[in-house]
Design a protein around this ligand. Structure first.
Ligand SMILES: Nc1ncnc2c1ncn2[C@@H]1O[C@H](COP(=O)(O)OP(=O)(O)O)[C@@H](O)[C@H]1O
Ligand SMILES: O=c1ccn([C@@H]2O[C@H](COP(=O)(O)OP(=O)(O)O)[C@@H](O)[C@H]2O)c(=O)[nH]1
Ligand SMILES: [Mg+2]
Length: 249
């Protein structure tokens, strides 16, 4: 793993396309703090990772994707993965896959998910590490992880690296509840009792992770763009590009 370079992204999104991104943001009336930086900043972000010498070119570019339950992480990751050529690793999906395997570990994970609690870090990190290795990708979105500071510390210890960026979906609680109740995927945790618990866990344990990475200048916040069903249905490549550029100062 960690072998291929990041150049493909730059070839696909040269700085000259920045006017498309800018006009797209104007259409969506971003607040000043959420205005996109030029696309060449995005290009620089990736160039600096790709050009960081032998050591760095051997590890993938890692984006943690965080946000409350129902904030749109999975939906947007699918788009970003297809627009930017990232592998999309959803921590929740990986855990549900373990449940489906019928293993003893899976039974324990199911009990935890039903209650909206967080699965022990060693289990999740090991499953993510394996999935990263199997994907052999040079750009990875890790969706819905780390859920708490202990998760974050375990990832850094076991995988031996930090994320390059963190994308944070900042969505109002009432909107998240509405979306979860309408998700219709037959999930054991999309019921109002568990949703209330998940929202508490998000506030108390996940927000500190966002704050930690904010203080390290790694967080890119996406908010207004993703609230309306209209924007959601009309999401385009340039909007995904803006997402990467809305950096929290
Ligand atoms: N911007 C949006 N507007 C309206 N509905 C959305 C939007 N983004 C996602 N959804 C819907 O909300 C639900 C939760 O989205 P999902 O991507 O699964 O969120 P998360 O992974 O953060 O829990 C899904 O049914 C999805 O289709
Ligand atoms: O790193 C993770 C990711 C998920 N979960 C558990 O899996 C559930 C569903 O996670 P997922 O990311 O699928 O939910 P989403 O936020 O996308 O609705 C969470 O509530 C947790 O119980 C966990 O323990 N650790
Ligand atoms: Mg999800």
């Amino acid at each position: 793993m960690w072998r291929r370079r990041l150049g493909a992204l730059l070839l696909r999104y040269p700085p000259s396309s920045s006017s498309t991104a800018a006009s797209s943001c104007q259409r969506h009336h971003l607040l000043p703090s959420e205005e996109p930086l030029a696309l060449n900043r995005l290009a620089r972000l990736f160039t600096s990772q790709a050009g960081n010498g032998g050591g760095h070119s051997q590890k993938p570019f890692i984006a943690f994707v965080l946000g409350g339950p129902g904030s749109g992480k999975g939906t947007q990751c699918t788009k970003i993965a297809s627009d930017f050529g990232f592998a999309h690793l959803s921590a929740g999906d990986i855990l549900r896959h373990e449940i489906a395997s019928g293993s003893e570990k899976g039974e324990m994970i199911l009990d935890i998910i039903k209650e909206g609690r967080i699965v022990p870090s060693e289990i999740t990190v090991e499953l993510i590490r394996k999935a990263m290795e199997e994907s052999n990708a040079n750009k990875v979105l890790i969706d819905g992880f780390p859920r708490c500071e202990e998760n974050r510390i375990a990832f850094e210890r076991i995988v031996g690296t930090e994320p390059d960026i963190v994308i944070f979906f900042d969505c109002p609680e009432d909107e998240m509840v509405k979306r979860l109740l309408g998700r219709n995927q037959g999930r054991v945790d999309d019921n109002i009792e568990t949703i209330k618990k998940r929202l508490k866990v998000f506030e108390n344990l996940n927000i500190p992770v966002v704050d930690y990475y904010s203080s390290r200048g790694k967080v890119h916040k996406a908010s207004k763009l993703f609230f309306s069903a209209h924007n959601y249905q009309n999401m385009t490549t340039s909007v995904s590009a803006n997402l990467f550029c809305c950096k929290v100062q």
